[in-house]
Design a protein around this ligand. Structure first.
Ligand SMILES: Cc1cc2nc3c(=O)[nH]c(=O)nc-3n(C[C@H](O)[C@H](O)[C@H](O)COP(=O)(O)OP(=O)(O)OC[C@H]3O[C@@H](n4cnc5c(N)ncnc54)[C@H](O)[C@@H]3O)c2cc1C
Length: 318
């Protein structure tokens, strides 16, 4: 047993995004001995967002400020929140206890909320991993500024690709949207905005095959998905970048043996955020839900913490 395992926690919350931090706040209000573990940055995907226009009461919030407000609100209420990655979760049916592995040891808990969100899906072209963070990005807000006055390719045909392409016109001279199919899946209003923006061109029926170069990419090869023909464009090293927005992968791997998942891997819960394992809950983007937003993640987190408190026989809200 590692240094973490001094006591059995009421609740461990895996992930410190909006779902995890809302759960931390509600767990604190139910007087649970809970800890929230975050592997990368509190706020989760929210911290990657430049401007949030749809979180009620906070028009034009920026993601960093909202993330920090959520983290500090939880901490100020007395919630234990710390940077630590959970690398494994197991469940002992007899005792009902969960054991969570972390690089610092093990944690034992009576209940767990999985709020690990989702991570960007890779587009799958050659050179994507090699040039990640050096020419290939999954976050326009984080990396857009590095492409001021340059050319960027945006991969994807959905809403996030379209919105991020529009955002990147603030920096880049030229934004080329690379769409695998012959149409966009983005909402009509967003597609119209793309069309009206002079800096943006859309290449339909096109995929990126590979990126070439040394430290930074200097060539890019495309395939025409109709004819199969490939073409290579060559530029000065570092004069262009590729932003990939082709969906996300839910962080459900940790609990795959303990929950039902849908074909994509999203965790199936009931309306109380309960999974098929008693005491194990899932909240936010990691679960099967019709809408993945900050407001829904926070609501899920609140419900999950309330459900955990009820499971533990503690006071609940409402
Ligand atoms: C570019 C972009 C723009 C967006 N814009 C908006 C917007 O304008 N409005 C809006 O409402 N929503 C927006 N969203 C969506 C919104 O950010 C998400 O729906 C929301 O953040 C989901 O919250 P979550 O807590 O479920 O997951 P996440 O925010 O993904 O947080 C999950 C956290 O869990 C951590 N984690 C994962 N696995 C582990 C582990 N094993 N151990 C420890 N920690 C772990 C991750 O590091 C992460 O910090 C946007 C998303 C993106 C990517």
């Amino acid at each position: 047993m590692g240094s973490n395992n001094e006591q059995v926690k009421d609740l461990v919350i895996v992930g410190g995004g909006p779902a995890g931090l809302a759960a931390a706040i509600y767990a604190q209000r139910s007087l649970l001995d809970a800890v929230t573990l975050e592997q990368e940055a509190f706020g989760g995907q929210t911290i990657l967002t430049s401007e949030i226009d749809n979180y009620p009461g906070l028009p034009h919030a920026d993601g960093y400020t909202l993330s920090e407000a959520m983290r500090s609100q939880a901490a100020d209420l007395g919630a234990e929140v710390r940077m630590e990655q959970v690398t494994g979760v197991s469940h002992d049916e007899k005792s009902g206890l969960f054991t969570l592995d972390t690089p610092d040891g093990e944690l034992v808990a009576r209940s767990v909320i999985l709020a690990g969100g989702a991570t960007p899906r890779r587009a799958g072209f050659d050179g994507e991993e090699r040039f990640a963070s050096h020419g290939v990005s999954y976050c326009a807000t984080c990396d857009g500024m590095f492409y001021r006055g340059k050319r960027v390719y945006v991969v994807g045909g959905g809403n996030s690709a379209a919105e991020e392409a529009l955002f990147l016109t603030r920096f880049a001279n030229e934004v080329i949207l690379i769409v695998r199919k012959d149409h966009l899946r983005a909402q009509a209003a967003v597609a119209q905005e793309l069309e009206n923006n002079e800096k943006i061109t859309v290449r339909y029926l096109t995929s990126i095959v590979s990126l070439g170069g040394d430290e930074l990419p200097n060539s890019i090869t495309f395939r025409n998905n109709e004819t199969g023909e490939t073409t290579t464009e060559t530029y000065d090293e570092g004069s262009f970048g590729v932003f990939v927005f082709v969906g996300r992968v839910p962080a459900s791997e940790l609990v795959r043996d303990l929950v039902e998942v849908d074909p994509v891997g999203y965790v199936v819960t009931d309306e109380r955020m309960a999974t098929r394992t008693p005491g194990l809950f899932a909240a936010g983007d990691v679960r099967k839900t019709p809408l993945r937003q900050i407001v829904t993640a926070a609501a899920d987190g609140a419900i999950a913490a309330n459900s955990a408190a009820a499971y533990l026989g503690r006071p609940v809200e409402g």
